[in-house]
Design a protein around this ligand. Structure first.
Ligand code: ATP
Ligand code: MG
Length: 443
């Protein structure tokens, strides 16, 4: 990013002309440019805002382009045929170009308006925000200063109402306004703070950081569906391990995954934490290598420890291993769903991965070959390897499956024979120790 010589003075905007910043139209998507120009043609204001401007100034490739305008959502719909209005809490226009969607938001106004239908607050939390205003008001109701920079399509300048350019240069994440009030208005901003700190490698300004330690319980008021969307953004962009560590640091993780946090906090062994760390790290590496990753796998990692512990307890109480696993995964998923709405297609896959762990551990005579053809075998095997790496299961088990997959038919038969023998000796050993058990207890 270029160095700018300016100081921001709150409501007087700093305007950086095209010659002094690095945003080029060549780096803005054609679809976003089309929407900007079309709105201008219709005499509306049109600016690129948010992550698009922030990331371009930092020399990164933006994930998407958001547009802000003085046209109301209905007016935007009249301009674009390929447009849909979405959201009740926060009404927006989506302009569709095939798979690509350009989000167009109308400038939001200040919170002092009293129309209950347009802006609703419950205990300081904004549950609906559809009051329109000026660009300046819009800038000040955005979350972080670095997200409140506008790229003006009329003269290609960048407009800064909140000191975002200085923060961008300093690598500082700062909420606009009073941090505690801004988190109370929308507690999801706490998760966004963690996300941007990790994604951009920025430090969180102390006044913005401090309430993160104390306001976590406000996340209980956020809908499970919104939290799921936010979690995907937190964990699926290649910095999931850092996000996990920061969420735990601010005691926010326990608000989202209370059962997992409970297990991790009270566990004397190192393997459960090592498992999550390794799982997230390997997911991050896959994302960076542009390999596909499954959200189900990610949630399976995050929820494994409570499932494992519960299954272990049920087994100790006399349930068969598969039944114990079925019951444990059902209970843990159901409890988690109350907080985070994990879609069914993901939770079904998660449960398959967990159940397959039991079957991978059994590796008895006919089944191993059949398991290889299971649609979730690969995911379950990767999961088992992580467990072995974390020291939760014997590395020999994971090695066995690694060899079994690449073995010839004859070799597989031999490996299975070896299994039968191993089981016999284990059984014998077990029955011997059972025989001695009464003596031991009698002592
Ligand atoms: P990303 O790179 O993840 O898209 P982004 O900053 O563009 O980052 P979006 O969720 O796309 O994030 O939101 C676009 C913009 O809308 C933000 O930059 C910010 O200005 C504003 N915004 C989004 N969510 C909030 C919120 N909860 N409170 C205030 N402003 C918000
Ligand atoms: Mg965005």
């Amino acid at each position: 990013m270029q160095e700018f010589d300016f100081t921001s003075t709150g409501t007087t905007p700093v305007v950086i002309p095209r010659s002094q910043h690095n945003i080029s139209r060549a780096n803005i998507s054609d679809h976003a440019l089309k929407v900007l120009y079309r709105l201008r043609q219709e005499n509306f204001q049109a600016h690129l805002v948010g992550g698009g401007v922030r990331d371009l100034l930092l020399g990164h490739e933006p994930k998407d382009f958001d547009i802000a305008t003085d046209a109301t959502p209905e007016q935007v719909r009249q301009v674009f045929r390929n447009c849909r209005l979405i959201g009740r809490r926060f009404r927006l226009a989506h302009v569709h170009f095939g798979q690509d969607i350009i989000e167009v938001a109308t400038f939001r106004g200040r919170g002092d308006a009293t129309d209950q239908r347009d802006r609703q607050l419950t205990n300081g939390m904004i549950i609906r925000d559809n009051i329109y205003g000026t660009i300046e008001e819009d800038a000040l109701r955005r979350d972080f200063t670095i997200n409140a920079l506008y790229y003006d399509i009329t003269d290609f300048s960048v407009i800064d109402y909140a000191g975002g350019l200085a923060d961008l240069q300093a690598g500082r994440l700062r909420l606009i306004g009073d941090p505690e009030q801004r988190y109370r208005e929308d507690p999801v901003r706490m998760l966004r703070a963690v996300r941007f700190a990790c994604k951009l490698g920025f430090t969180i300004d102390p006044p913005t950081e401090r309430p993160l330690f104390t306001l976590g319980s406000l996340l209980a008021d956020i809908s499970a569906a919104r939290l799921f969307d936010e979690l995907i953004k937190l964990f699926q962009f290649g910095y999931g391990l850092e996000v996990f560590e920061k969420l735990r640091h601010y005691q926010l993780f326990g608000q989202l995954f209370p059962d997992t946090e409970d297990c991790l906090a009270h566990e004397e062994h190192a393997f459960p934490l090592t498992f999550v760390n390794r799982g997230l790290d390997s997911t991050d590496q896959r994302i960076r290598a542009k390999k596909p990753i499954a959200a189900a796998f990610l949630f399976a990692i995050l929820l494994w420890e409570p499932v494992r512990q519960r299954a272990e307890q049920l087994q100790a109480a006399g349930l068969a291993p598969l039944d114990a696993m079925l019951s444990a995964s059902h209970t843990v998923c159901e409890r988690q769903q109350r907080l985070i709405a994990i879609p069914k297609r993901y939770s079904l896959t998660m449960r398959e991965i967990w159940l397959l762990q039991m079957r991978l551990e059994l590796r008895d005579s006919k089944r191993p070959s059949r398991l290889l053809a299971h649609p979730r075998f690969r995911a379950a095997y990767d999961f088992l390897v992580l467990r072995a790496e974390a020291g939760e299961v014997n590395a020999e088990l994971a090695d066995w499956w690694t060899r079994f997959q690449s073995a010839s038919v004859q070799e597989r038969v031999k490996m299975l024979d070896g299994n039968v023998k191993r089981r016999r000796t284990t059984r014998k050993r077990r029955s011997k120790s059972t025989a001695t058990a009464p003596l031991t207890t009698a002592n």
